[in-house]
Ligand binder design. Structure first.
Ligand code: DAH
Length: 339
């Protein structure tokens, strides 16, 4: 029996030395010292010993138990400090390593231009309003003097949700929404997305942006329209810009005009940018049609107004000589970084 006890001692010592973590150590504690452990099993057989042998074997068993307990405690301390060392190693931070730089973005060229334009208009006392992109046929066409079978509708084919609801083809419906809610004097611009059923190419996109303008008050004349737009265009393109008004037709204005600026690339001589014209068209405008005022319960005998609309993408393309509209939407940083 003594030999068995000594064998247990040396086996326990070896296994304890090899135990690498707390769990392994706990397993050994249960195996050697637990109620069903090896030492207990031997002590249970003590009854078979003679009365002389018993005390010596008992003493040896107790010594071995105390020894194993001591070893367990010592090994547990070793394992703890090993684990701490391992954790410290893993969590080590090298504060001398260079940091990871975050790429800093910036505003999209369309937003840069729009913000500049907004600032010019706000400086002139205009409010900025917005309207829904999913719009009623009534606001997009009907109230703007384009009844159901009006041929001008054909030039603005769009995405219909149903017979009465569509994605707006222009920002002009915001004029009507504004005049319904607000009595003159009115001075607003309304920038936003518009949609047309066009195939994508270098100059067409089913989604683009317009900026609408509307001024309504007593005694507003075409002179106010010309003066205001000239001031704004010069702020946008430079004080030396030359502006011309050309007669045109829009159903919701009468009279109507298109505004060109003299090509700032060739100074009117004709070049690739202005397609040999010497002039570049930048917006449509006119005096608000009396029918449109009446549709909004504003008396055309008392009030008059002017309106204008311009395409944001076109403005930016002209300004930076960009020849493909798709660049605005592809999010290629090599393009966007340049602004
Ligand atoms: N809505 C017109 C278009 O998309 C642009 C426009 C022209 C707006 C004349 C106006 C205007 O307010 O008076 O082609």
């Amino acid at each position: 029996m003594k030999e068995k006890l000594e064998a247990i001692r040396s086996l326990a010592e070896r296994e304890l030395r090899e135990a690498g973590d707390r769990q392994a150590l706990e397993n050994l504690r249960i195996r050697y010292l637990g109620k069903k452990g090896e030492l207990t099993a031997i002590l249970k057989q003590m009854g078979a010993l003679s009365a002389e042998e018993r005390p010596a074997v008992g003493r040896l068993a107790n010594q071995i138990r105390a020894h194993i307990e001591g070893e367990l405690t010592a090994r547990a301390a070793e394992i703890r400090s090993m684990e701490t060392a391992r954790r410290l190693e893993k969590e080590k931070i090298d504060v001398t390593l260079p940091g990871r730089r975050h790429e800093l973005g910036h505003k999209h060229p369309l937003s840069i231009e729009l913000d500049e334009i907004k600032e010019i208009f706000v400086g002139l006392g205009f409010d900025i309003v917005s309207g829904p992109e999913v719009e009623y046929d009534y606001y997009n066409f009907e109230a703007l003097n384009m009844p159901k079978d009006h041929p001008a509708r054909d030039t603005q084919d769009t995405f219909y949700i149903n017979d009465n609801i569509l994605l707006r083809t222009q920002t002009s419906p915001v004029q009507v929404r504004t005049m319904e809610k607000q009595k003159p004097p009115i001075r607003i611009i309304s920038p936003g997305r518009v949609y047309r059923s066009d195939a994508v190419d270098a100059t067409h996109s089913p989604l683009f942006h317009q900026i609408e303008g509307l001024v309504v008050d007593k005694g507003i004349t075409f002179a106010n329209l010309k003066g205001t737009l000239e001031v704004i265009i010069k702020r946008m393109y430079g004080e030396d810009s030359i502006v011309r008004f050309r007669p045109h037709h829009f159903p919701f204005t009468e009279p109507s005009a298109e505004v060109d600026i003299q090509c700032f690339n060739c100074r009117g001589a004709g070049c690739r940018l202005c397609k040999g014209e010497g002039w570049i068209e930048i917006l449509g405008c006119g005096m608000v049609h009396p029918n449109v005022l009446s549709n909004c319960k504003i008396d055309p005998e008392v009030y008059s107004g002017f309106a204008f609309g311009m395409g944001l993408e076109r403005l930016v393309m002209r300004k930076y000589n960009i020849d493909d509209l798709r660049l605005f939407y592809e999010n290629d940083v090599r393009f966007l970084k340049q602004f």
